[in-house]
Write a protein that binds this ligand. Structure first.
Ligand code: KG4
Ligand code: ZN
Length: 345
């Protein structure tokens, strides 16, 4: 039963075809070159690009999956959270497609789709979800940083979230201070591989506070002052590498420590991690090492599913349609502020 899914919550236009827990095609048209010159995503430009790209991307996904519109059995799209004008394009197009094809339609939460992507690795979860283990899930992207307690099946409790900048936003804004192009996270990751992470001492915000919230704006400010006082660092390749490694080490230590601590406190034995920042190689290595030390199982989303993509939307939608057999969102609207864990799912 092929399902066609769309993701347009921010600056990637993506369409995917999934079938029985497997992604048959996952086409992503990135708008990064368009937004790079502005140093961040411009919502109206994003919406316009989604409009331009949505149908070609969907056609490519169906061609790659050797599926025709008539064979599609259900349609899904990201409902929120995200940029309203960007969400609107994918969500309304998907609803219209479902209406014309007379197929069920489901809108899904973007964070829940990220979170679920960590289960797409290897064999998909079984139909009755019997292999799904309660876990603490780190969802870490450009827009959000959150720790979620995932109980049986798909029921969530938000444990904590960033009170200011998201971790990806922190990477991107520090990169901008250093003169790197948006999004700077992947570039900092690359440069940090050649640097010494103890070269410069930056704060680890909220590391020792006994709650699961995060804060990253102080770290960004601290790098701003550092660069004001030591502008010469940017003129030296090795010192740029060291700066990237030191910044990355501060972000990664906070994410890893707080994730492990939450799982230990709740007596859970499994951790999952997803979202764009989960591409970061130091984060992946250090989460793996910390889980090993603490005897925890780790399910990291595959790097290809970490940044925004419709494959994760399709997998989650298929799971939900199988469970509920619903046409739950046929008449629904976008939900730009939808907070995961604030509603019973
Ligand atoms: O999940 P995503 O594609 O979009 C949101 O839902 O926000 O995440 C994008 C974010 C950007 O901030 C980008 O800089 C960050 O993920 N990112 C990385 C890496 N790859 C992407 N941050 C650090 N290291 C990376 N390798
Ligand atoms: Zn995302």
């Amino acid at each position: 039963m092929p399902l066609l899914a769309f993701e347009t919550s921010c600056d990637e236009t993506s369409a995917a075809v999934v079938d029985q827990g497997r992604i048959l095609a996952n086409v992503i048209s990135s708008q990064i070159p368009i937004h790079a010159e502005y140093g961040g995503v411009v919502p109206e430009l994003a919406a316009r690009e989604h409009l331009r790209n949505l149908i070609p991307v969907a056609q490519t996904a169906m061609r790659q999956a050797a599926t025709s519109p008539e064979q599609i059995q259900a349609v899904a799209a990201t409902q929120g959270p995200g940029l309203p004008s960007a969400l609107m394009v994918g969500f309304k197009a998907a609803q219209a497609m479902a209406f014309v094809l007379r197929r069920p339609f489901l809108g899904v939460n973007h964070h829940e789709a990220h979170l679920y992507s960590s289960w797409a690795r290897g064999t998909p979860p079984t139909a009755d979800f019997s292999d799904f283990e309660a876990n603490v899930s780190l969802v870490v992207s450009g827009g959000h940083t959150m720790l979620v307690h995932v109980r049986d099946g798909l029921s969530y409790q938000l444990l904590g979230a960033t009170v200011d900048d998201a971790a990806g936003e922190c990477f991107d804004k520090i990169g901008k201070l250093m003169g790197l192009l948006y999004p700077a996270g992947p570039e900092i990751d690359r440069l940090a591989e050649h640097g010494n992470s103890s070269a410069y001492a930056f704060p680890r915000p909220m590391l020792h506070e006994p709650h699961d919230d995060f804060s990253f704006s102080g770290l960004k400010t601290s790098v701003r002052y550092f660069l004001r006082d030591h502008p010469e660092v940017l003129g030296d390749v090795q010192r740029v590498h060291n700066l990237c490694a030191s910044v990355q080490a501060a972000i990664v230590e906070v994410l890893v420590t707080k994730t492990i601590r939450a799982a230990t406190r709740l007596g859970l034995h499994c951790i999952t991690a997803s979202g764009g920042v989960t591409c970061n190689r130091a984060l992946r290595r250090q989460l793996a090492a910390a889980c090993e030390r603490s005897g925890l199982k780790l399910r990291l989303a595959e790097a290809s599913l970490c940044t925004d993509n419709a494959g994760m939307v399709g997998l989650l939608a298929e799971r939900k349609l199988l469970q509920a057999g619903a046409n739950a969102s046929a008449g629904a609207d976008i939900a730009p502020e939808w907070v995961l864990g604030s509603i019973a799912i």
